[in-house]
Design a protein around this ligand. Structure first.
Ligand code: ADQ
Length: 444
């Protein structure tokens, strides 16, 4: 069996060997347990000198890991700059947040070349190479320029916007032209594929993208949640909400996730449906992310103020409506929290897939399941028609959906859950990785 070489900006660390690991690492490990694997990427460290193209090698139980350190300048231009201040907002349809600096694009191209320089000496003749996400669009072309002839695949985890919007990026044709180096190009949904294919055609580039829907390991997550529900922290949470309905949000603190709009939606519930006051508690877990980017710091300030305002307005001396944590929670605890929550509130303004939505479904007790309220602009909405779909920018719509769930009977909750769980199983991580690799190997 051919070796699989995975390339992503960040390489999962040692702790991701355990069943508690997240998304991509688990998907790849489970889908390809029998293959030899090399995972290559940035170490997460910066160094004062130039970017190092000699990788550090580590062997963990399930893969070989190879990482390089980036220079501080490359980190600023490649990661903070072009990846997260240019491409991330643009790919999430947020042209007004999109910044552009030539020197950032230069750093982006230089880091992709450095990745290729460091990776080529590690490659074997018939490796399958699978490159992940928007940080590494030009990597395939950089590898080919260095004589690599093996099969190359690329998967975009984030959305792809309508071509007119993408074409606001200077030199967009060149960036898309780099995709020509890949044998297989995967995106999350059929809408992303349609947009990207239209843009590729407009740029005169030949390859075509196909959807491969990302997912989770539903059985493993369900087991984790069942066990975790009896754990210390979920029990403490249950005790502290004292029989009230729990509304749960879990997201990186990112402007694509619709957090201010979500808080306004919860406030609108309390305002327009006062019968729920003191009977429902919302918990939002939102670990700080990319705090080097100014827009993320501004979002944090906005949320601090909003939480204070909502609580100031609606709290009772013995009830805090909105609880808000900006730190991360262990995966197992999170699974237990999902199972406790009557409502999973997942309302991104735009999201590639959104695995939190699928985790929430998998974590439910089939006998007494909660309901997912989901943005129609998350890729997951294409998979989960059993959710209550909302337009996240309208707080009234969110409030009405919350009210619908709070008054929904058990039979309807069970029917919706069953429908969603079937979809979560059909679009599992194993199916995602398995079908992508089958295409890459040329057998599907
Ligand atoms: P993300 O934008 O990071 O991923 P998501 O798909 O929801 O979004 O995955 C987040 C993962 O991190 C989940 O496994 C979740 O449990 C975990 N997580 C989130 N908040 C957490 C917290 N507070 N504490 C602990 N864990 C937390 C990108 C794209 C998505 C796409 C995925 C996978 O933006 O659209 O679905 O990649 O392709």
């Amino acid at each position: 069996m051919r070796r699989l070489v995975i390339v992503s900006n960040r390489v999962p660390g040692l702790k991701e060997r355990s069943a508690a690991a997240g998304g991509l690492a688990v998907a790849v490990r489970d889908a390809m347990a029998r293959r030899r694997k090399l995972w290559f990427g940035w170490s997460g460290r910066t160094i004062p000198g130039p970017t190092r193209t000699v990788p550090s090698l580590t062997r963990v139980g399930w893969a070989d890991l190879a990482t390089i350190d980036l220079s501080e300048r490359d980190y600023a231009g490649f990661y903070i700059g072009f990846s997260n201040s240019t491409l991330w907002p643009l790919l999430h349809y947020r042209s007004s947040l999109t910044e552009y600096r030539r020197r950032d694009l230069a750093a982006y191209l230089a880091v992709n070349s450095a990745f290729a320089d460091a990776l080529v000496p590690l490659l074997e003749a018939d490796d399958l190479i699978w490159v992940h996400d928007y940080h590494l669009i030009p990597l395939g072309a950089a590898l080919k320029a260095r004589g690599v002839t093996t099969r190359l695949g690329f998967f975009l985890h984030v959305p792809f916007p309508p071509p007119e919007l993408f074409a606001t990026l200077p030199r967009w044709e060149e960036l898309l032209g780099a995709l020509d180096a890949y044998d297989v190009i995967g995106v999350q949904t059929s809408k992303d594929a349609a947009h990207l294919n239209e843009a590729l055609a407009a740029a005169g580039v030949a390859p075509r993208a196909e959807p491969f829907r990302a997912g989770i390991d539903p059985a493993a997550f369900a087991t984790l949640a069942r066990r975790a529900a009896r754990g210390r922290d979920p029990l403490r949470l249950a005790e502290s909400i004292g029989g009230r309905a729990l509304v749960l949000g879990v997201d990186r603190l990112d402007y694509s996730k619709g957090l201010p709009e979500r808080f306004l939606g919860f406030a609108a519930l309390l305002q327009r449906f006062p019968e729920h006051r003191a009977k429902v508690t919302m918990l939002q877990i939102a670990p700080i992310s990319r705090s080097e980017v100014a827009q993320y710091r501004a979002l944090r300030r906005e949320l601090d103020e909003l939480v204070g305002r909502v609580n100031g307005e609606y709290a009772e001396f013995d009830w805090t409506p909105l609880r808000y944590l900006t730190r991360s929670v262990p995966r197992q605890t999170l699974a237990g929290f999902y199972r406790l929550a009557r409502i999973g509130l997942v309302t991104p303004i735009r999201d590639g897939m959104n695995l939190v939505a699928k985790e929430y479904v998998a974590a439910q007790d089939p006998a007494d399941p909660g309901v997912l309220v989901l943005s129609r602009f998350a890729g997951a909405a294409e998979d989960l028609p059993g959710a209550l779909l909302v337009n996240p920018v309208d707080p009234d719509e969110t409030a009405e959906a919350l009210n619908t769930v709070l008054t929904m009977d058990l039979a309807e909750r069970q029917r919706r859950w069953q429908e969603m769980m079937t979809a979560v199983e059909r679009t599992s991580a194993a199916n995602w990785a398995g079908s992508f690799l089958a295409r890459l190997e040329g057998v599907a």
